[in-house]
Design a protein around this ligand. Structure first.
Ligand SMILES: [Mg+2]
Length: 386
């Protein structure tokens, strides 16, 4: 089934309530989606994570090499794109463009074969998934502490079993906010922390020692992504599990992360690290190093759905009869591009997701909102991380 069109879209929308984390403020969301259309009219949607305009340029670069290819041959198409860009972008934007097209191909393939992506990946080994809430960003609100407490209450009421907050504002401030949120979330909701690589090894260790007794779920991106020694030393010297990988690309980036014993939990972003085709390879690599995978996800329901299908197929590692469900990241911050543009078949009930059985990813795009948020109509700054 030939591919006859590849159309990227850059969408942007200013936020009602700007927020910040350890690296910068941001006041808008911006995203690059791609629609891949086949000769019989079947189409699939994909999404890239990172600077949206640059991802669009990457998709436009790959387009002439992919048009006319058979959409069912996703590994062949992946290799065509990889070999065309490898010399110039072994990590970064080109990989996000490959990811977007690859995800769209899996979606289209599922629709063609009338099967959900989870079955195409090899089957649902994990029918129930636990999303964790990503939130607790900082704002300039004079009632910030009350706002954070209200947010914690919402997550508890929705049945989330885990939630993630930002740190990296300085050790004393971090300890204050971690204690505050731990108090409001209680013992039934696990709390994870994420510094977005704000610290060096000694600072990260100091923070760990101050909060280890609070049973933190994981410390995400504690140090610089290239500081593999810092990562591994931290792992050896704290009881808090260490997570990272949203800045890694392809199986080669994750191989470095695993060989250096940097993390307990690897966090590939499927929309940046090479799409679902490469995520399968990263998962095989992770299982051979006995590492957990909880994908990073910071986008629309296309990204979230890709993560759900992927995680449903992950091996049990190790296997046992009574075990925790695998997790995905569910960004709960304000994002009209996620909530208005994409329609999806995923239900989140009492902190659990049942893997959807709709063909493909089970996501479609609302054309009216696609046009409304088109970049031509909305000025904005670049997006970022969770
Ligand atoms: Mg993060």
């Amino acid at each position: 089934m030939k591919i006859i069109d590849i159309q990227p879209y850059v969408l942007s929308q200013d936020l009602e309530t700007p927020f910040y984390f350890s690296q910068w403020h941001y006041a808008s969301r911006k995203i690059c989606l791609v629609k891949v259309t086949l000769e019989d009219g079947t189409y699939g949607w994909g999404e890239g994570y990172g600077p949206a305009d640059m991802i669009k340029t990457g998709i436009d670069f790959f387009k002439p090499f992919v048009l006319g290819e058979n959409a069912l041959e996703n590994e062949k198409i992946w290799q065509i794109m990889y070999l065309r860009s490898m010399d110039f972008g072994r990590s970064g934007i080109f990989n996000a463009a490959i990811s977007a097209i690859d995800i769209a191909l899996w979606d289209a393939k599922g629709k063609l074969l009338n099967l959900p992506v989870s079955v195409l990946l090899g089957g649902v080994k994990n029918p129930v998934i636990h999303p964790y809430a990503t939130g607790f960003y900082f704002t300039d609100s004079p009632t910030l502490e009350e706002d954070l407490a209200k947010e914690a209450k919402i997550y508890k009421e929705l049945g989330f079993k885990a939630a993630k907050m930002k740190v990296g504002l300085g050790i004393e401030k971090d300890v204050h906010y971690v204690e505050l949120l731990k108090k409001h979330l209680g013992d039934d909701v696990k709390l994870m922390i994420d510094s977005n690589h704000a610290y060096n090894y000694r600072e990260a260790l100091k923070l760990c020692k101050r909060i280890e007794h609070l049973d933190i779920g994981w410390f995400e991106e504690p140090v610089h992504p290239e500081d593999y020694k810092g990562y591994s030393k931290l792992r050896e010297n704290t009881t808090i599990p260490i997570a990272g990988g949203e800045c890694e690309y392809l199986r080669h980036g994750f191989k470095r992360l695993f060989e250096t014993e940097s993390v307990d939990i690897a966090q590939p972003d499927i929309c940046a690290s090479g799409g679902l085709t490469e995520a399968k390879r990263i998962a095989a690599l992770a299982s051979s190093y006995h590492k957990d995978i909880v994908p990073h996800s910071w986008g629309t329901w296309i990204a979230i759905s890709a993560a759900v299908h992927f995680v449903s197929n992950l091996d049990q590692n190790p296997g046992r009869m009574f075990r925790n469900a695998p997790m995905i990241e569910l960004d709960r911050t304000e994002n009209p591009l996620r909530d208005d543009v994409t329609k999806h078949s995923i239900q989140v009930n009492n902190g659990e997701i049942q893997v959807p059985t709709t063909p493909g990813l089970g996501v479609d795009v609302n054309q009216e909102f696609l046009e409304k948020y088109s970049i031509d109509k909305n000025a904005s700054t670049e997006p970022l991380w969770s």
